[in-house]
Structures are given as structure tokens and as C-alpha cells.
Design a binder for this molecule. Structure first.
Ligand code: ZN
Length: 237
């Protein structure tokens, strides 16, 4: 746990004296309440999270979802479940977008493979997409910034990947898909950089370097893997 204002570690967020006497902990570093969000409604926390307020990100990542072991490499089970839900939703979105795509390779793939094979291909793509971002950011944070709380970092990355689900409304209202796709990726990139900067507390220059390298490697690997998988699936079918 830490102070959401200055990221200084704290041993507890509040002290329970009795049912009517619970006192919020004051940070010894900045002398503000360590976590003002423990008294807030989850809706307000969610709004501040969408607004990318650093205090809200620290509250959710470090004081709500963080692993019990500070230096753990793994994430808690509820974070794993959220990762699975986000990945499966991303599969659905990518599949829905591809149906409206006019790219010849995509049209050829969809018209020559069974729906089950298509789903497995999109599942592979979304899983690889998520895995590359986590692996690259975690490795750079570990070897460059000597950050050992990798489970906490993955929790922050997981929150940022939720931004990829923003265009869920485009399945209801038919927008210009290529433009929406580009906007979503710019938003996701920005949200990812913000979460890396806040979680690692490393400043925007280092966060941008880590984020750009991760997104670049993700683009190269996923593009090559998608071409190979769709070609193989089409050939087998
Ligand atoms: Zn503080």
C-alpha cells in the first residue's frame, strides 16, 4: 500500500478504533490523507480512473488490486479474471471489425475458413497482443528501472488495456471503422503511457520510451503472426 498523493509507502490506509471511530491514515511524507478514495463511492473512483487521475490509478493498482506480496511477479486471481474478460471482449471486437473490413487478405480469410477456426485465430491474436505488451514492459521495468513489483505493474497495464474496449459502441452505431480503429489505438497508447508513468513513478520520458518500444514490438510481432496464422488457416481449410 502507498500514499496516492506522493507514492510514499504506508503500512495501513485507516485505523479502526470502533464502529463509529475509524480514522484515515495521514501520510508521513506529504501530510495529506494517504488514500482519500477509501471513503469514495466506486462510481466516483471509476470516473477519476477514466479521467486518468494519478491518485485514482494508484488507489486501484496499489491499494485495491495489488498483490499481497509487494515484490510478487504474479497478479491476484481477480486481476487474472479481468484480464481474461478484457481479452475475450477484444477478440469479439476484432472479429466484428474484420467482418466490415475491405482488406483483400481479411476478406479471403473470412470467406475461406470455418467460424471456429476464425475465432481461434482472433483469440491467438488478442492473447499475443496482450502478452507482448506485458512481457516487454515488465522486462524493461525490471532490467532498466530495477522494478521488482512486476505483478503490480501488470495490474496497471491490465487497467490500461481496458481502453481497447472503448469502441464497443461502434457495434451499435455504424461509424467509419478505420478512423475509429486508429483513434482507439492512439487513446490506448496514451492511456498505457500514463499508467506506466504513474505505476513506475518514473516520469513521462522513461514511460514514453518503454511504451513506444512495447507498442512497436507488439505491432511487428502481431502483424507477422497474424499474416502467418491466417495464411496457414486458409491453406488448411
Ligand atoms: Zn503522501
Amino acid at each position: 500500500m502507498l500514499c496516492v498523493e506522493c507514492a510514499h509507502p504506508v503500512s495501513r490506509l485507516y485505523t479502526y478504533y470502533s464502529q463509529n471511530n475509524i480514522r484515515a491514515t495521514t501520510c508521513t511524507n506529504c501530510h495529506k490523507f494517504a488514500d482519500k478514495y477509501i471513503e469514495c463511492d466506486s462510481v466516483l473512483v471509476g470516473i477519476d480512473l477514466v479521467l486518468l487521475k494519478p491518485q485514482a490509478i494508484r488507489h486501484v493498482v496499489f491499494n485495491v488490486l495489488a498483490p499481497k506480496l509487494p515484490a510478487s511477479r504474479w497478479v491476484r486471481s481477480q486481476t487474472q479474471k479481468m484480464m481474461i474478460v478484457i481479452t475475450l471482449s477484444d477478440v469479439y471486437l476484432q472479429w466484428a471489425w474484420s467482418v466490415k473490413s475491405e482488406d483483400p487478405a481479411t476478406v479471403h480469410f473470412l470467406s475461406n475458413t470455418a467460424p471456429t477456426v476464425q475465432y481461434l485465430c482472433f483469440l491467438f491474436y488478442a492473447s499475443l497482443d496482450t502478452a507482448i505488451i506485458h512481457v516487454v514492459v515488465r522486462q524493461m521495468a525490471y532490467y532498466w528501472l530495477h522494478w521488482t513489483a512486476l505483478g503490480t505493474l501488470s495490474t496497471g497495464i491490465m487497467l490500461s488495456t481496458a481502453a481497447k474496449l472503448l469502441p464497443i459502441g461502434t457495434l451499435i452505431w455504424d461509424y467509419n471503422m478505420p478512423i475509429v480503429n486508429s483513434i482507439v489505438w492512439w487513446i490506448f497508447g496514451f492511456v498505457l503511457l500514463e499508467h506506466i508513468a504513474v505505476v513506475l513513478n518514473c516520469g513521462y520520458v522513461k514511460a514514453t520510451i518503454i511504451g513506444v518500444i512495447a507498442l512497436g514490438i507488439r505491432w511487428l510481432v502481431c502483424s507477422a503472426a497474424w499474416s502467418a496464422v491466417t495464411s496457414l488457416a486458409t491453406a488448411i481449410s
